[in-house]
Design a protein around this ligand. Structure first.
Ligand code: HEC
Ligand code: HEC
Ligand code: HEC
Ligand code: HEC
Ligand code: HEC
Ligand code: HEC
Ligand code: HEC
Length: 399
């Protein structure tokens, strides 16, 4: 009898050569996840370049380096209402200040001598600063957007997208969906998609390896223990997904910012159909790109994509490394096309080989307003992912 128990225990152990999935810990609130640091030791090729990408930098803790707006005297003020032509009205302004316990956005209103001020601390920085940054602050366990953002073009402070000049407003919630697209993880305190209450201690800034590869604790443990198998089912490699599922992974965040969650945030598992996770995208006419483009829907309209069953975002992008200059992607076009298939090659000659992008994926002006600040309206430009022939007259040059 004892022998049988021992035997079955041995058999059981033989069937289970891998360490058990790790439980949630204080630093890893999600069971099975381990964090980027664990991946670095074995995958330095991906990990060392990844830290310079916009994915990694898209949310950060506030410090002198991550906050790109100027805090220098004179440059740290955003005036959103000019003084009225009555005595003693200084107008309304925001002053960005460094204090002993952090960086603050301080709204100043009222009358000279009777100024009112409302200051909130920058607690999370959203945006690598490619186009701009928005800042969030904590009120208890609730997360809100600050009314001031930073716009890289012109190195200036602006009203946050959607904010108008007027009385200072600090009450716009930062939703779980917003966090899902811009952070590694944060635990919402309710399943309501509009909820902005979180377990603060669980915030992981920066999109992480496991956002795209799924939970990696077991994979890391297997390889540390030396029990690795050639085919490792403990980690997801998107290269092994069908084309549709590969593009779904990117579409989690690159299909415009209008889709709503059908369930909990941070629950999407790479490789699963995305349409079970997100509601339908609103009609195209309603979707105006502001800082949020829709690379997935646009690429899907392209004949390149429709006629090439294997084409995906990875045909051109390596998300583990920094973005390259636009023209350099021409080599990707030439993986499928010949220079001669472009009618322009006759007139342009060999130099066409280095620049397919500006003509076939041109930068376009968007009509959506990013910000209205004092008398200025800020719009942005976006490179389209609809690859086709464009009228040559209205092409914008690359920056
Ligand atoms: C102790 C070393 C070790 C750690 C830690 C580790 N890996 Fe791996 N990983 C490997 C080895 C070895 C392979 C197989 C050979 C290869 O593809 O480099 C592998 C393969 C992979 C693959 C390809 C799998 C496939 O089926 O094609 C991915 C993706 C991956 N690792 C991601 C991660 C991520 C994400 C982390 C962190 C959560 C991580 N790894 C942590 C050693 C490690
Ligand atoms: C969890 C959300 C998320 C997922 C999933 C995601 N992205 Fe992104 N991606 C972002 C955000 C946010 C930015 C912009 C970051 C910024 O500038 O602050 C970005 C930026 C980029 C950029 C431009 C910057 C750079 O570093 O090259 C490319 C290209 C890109 N993503 C491609 C992809 C591809 C391809 C996939 C699928 C394999 C993907 N992304 C999956 C959120 C995501
Ligand atoms: C569906 C995913 C998604 C949601 C939701 C979303 N974003 Fe983004 N955001 C992105 C992606 C992807 C980019 C990169 C630009 C692009 O679309 O090409 C981006 C760009 C930005 C940028 C500019 C970053 C840069 O470096 O230029 C800021 C700032 C930003 N988002 C803030 C927010 C805030 C604040 C929220 C929530 C209130 C939010 N976003 C909601 C995906 C999202
Ligand atoms: C935005 C999504 C995304 C993020 C974040 C990401 N990866 Fe990947 N990773 C991919 C995709 C997509 C592939 C498959 C590329 C292909 O099709 O060749 C991949 C492939 C890999 C592979 C397999 C080897 C290879 O090059 O094909 C390894 C190893 C890997 N990733 C490690 C990491 C590590 C480590 C991190 C974090 C430092 C990370 N990845 C972050 C999307 C991502
Ligand atoms: C994975 C292969 C692949 C890649 C990569 C690719 N294409 Fe294509 N492309 C195709 C196929 C296939 C067609 C359709 C040909 C047909 O139907 O006759 C096409 C069609 C086109 C067309 C005609 C579009 C139309 O609406 O009439 C243009 C222009 C074009 N490609 C340019 C490019 C450029 C520029 C790039 C790089 C940015 C590129 N392609 C990348 C495969 C590809
Ligand atoms: C045929 C090649 C090609 C394919 C396929 C492709 N891209 Fe791109 N992508 C580009 C080029 C070229 C740029 C411009 C790079 C630059 O400006 O430096 C770019 C830029 C981007 C950017 C930065 C946009 C910005 O305005 O800052 C994002 C995000 C992005 N791609 C996401 C995706 C996603 C998601 C997919 C899959 C749906 C995808 N791309 C497929 C060629 C491609
Ligand atoms: C100066 C702008 C310009 C550049 C650069 C350019 N193209 Fe074109 N391309 C055009 C125009 C305009 C047409 C349509 C008229 C024609 O074919 O003469 C076209 C046609 C095409 C077509 C055929 C579309 C069809 O009718 O089926 C393909 C494929 C194509 N280009 C690919 C490329 C590739 C690949 C490159 C880079 C090696 C490139 N083009 C560079 C402007 C350009």
């Amino acid at each position: 009898m004892r022998l049988a128990v021992l035997f079955s225990a041995l058999l059981f152990a033989a069937l289970l050569p891998f360490p058990e999935p790790t439980a949630a810990t204080a630093t890893q609130p999600r069971a099975g996840y381990t964090g980027d640091a664990a991946c670095t030791s074995c995958h330095s090729e991906q990990a060392l370049s990844y830290v310079h990408t916009m994915h990694h930098l898209t949310s950060q803790m506030p410090d002198a380096k991550s906050i790109l707006g100027s805090l220098a005297a004179g440059k740290n003020v955003l005036k959103i209402a000019e003084p009225a032509p009555i005595i003693d009205d200084p107008g309304i302004s925001y002053r960005m200040e460094k204090r002993s316990d952090g960086y603050y956005v301080n709204a100043l209103t009222g009358f000279t001598g009777k100024m009112q001020s409302h200051a909130e601390r920058i607690d999370v920085v959203i945006g690598s600063g490619h186009r701009g940054q928005t800042y969030l602050y904590w009120k208890g366990d609730a997360l809100y957007e600050l009314p001031v953002s930073y716009w890289t073009d012109g190195h200036q402070w602006i009203n946050s997208p959607g904010y108008r000049n007027g009385p200072p407003y600090f009450d716009r919630p930062a939703s779980p969906r917003c966090m899902e697209c811009h952070a590694g993880f944060i635990q919402p305190l309710s399943a309501d998609p509009a909820n902005n209450h979180y377990d603060k201690s669980t915030l992981q800034v920066g999109i992480g390896c496991e956002t795209c590869h799924g939970p990696g604790a077991r994979h890391a443990a297997i390889h540390q223990s030396g029990a690795a198998k050639p085919v490792d089912e403990a980690i997801l490699n998107p290269a092994h997904f069908s084309r549709d599922r590969q593009v779904d992974l990117c579409a989690l965040c690159h299909n415009g910012a209008q889709q709503t969650l059908t369930g909990k945030a941070f629950a999407y598992v790479p490789g699963q159909p995305l349409d079970e996770y997100l509601g339908a995208n609103p009609a195209e006419e309603d979707v105006q790109p502001d800082v949020h483009a829709n690379q997935v829907a646009l690429l899907k309209k392209s004949r390149c994509y429709l006629s090439s069953p294997d084409m995906s975002c990875s045909t051109c992008h390596n998300v583990h490394a920094e973005e390259k200059p636009a023209a350099s992607y021409s080599s990707r076009c030439l993986g499928c096309h010949k220079v001669e298939s472009c009618g322009m090659s006759k007139t342009m000659g060999p130099k066409i080989a280095g620049n397919c992008i500006d003509c076939h994926m041109p930068i376009q002006r968007t009509s959506a307003i990013v910000s209205q600040t004092a008398d200025r309206v800020i719009r942005t430009t976006m490179r389209t992912h609809w690859i086709k022939v464009y009228p040559q007259d209205d092409l914008l040059p690359s920056p």
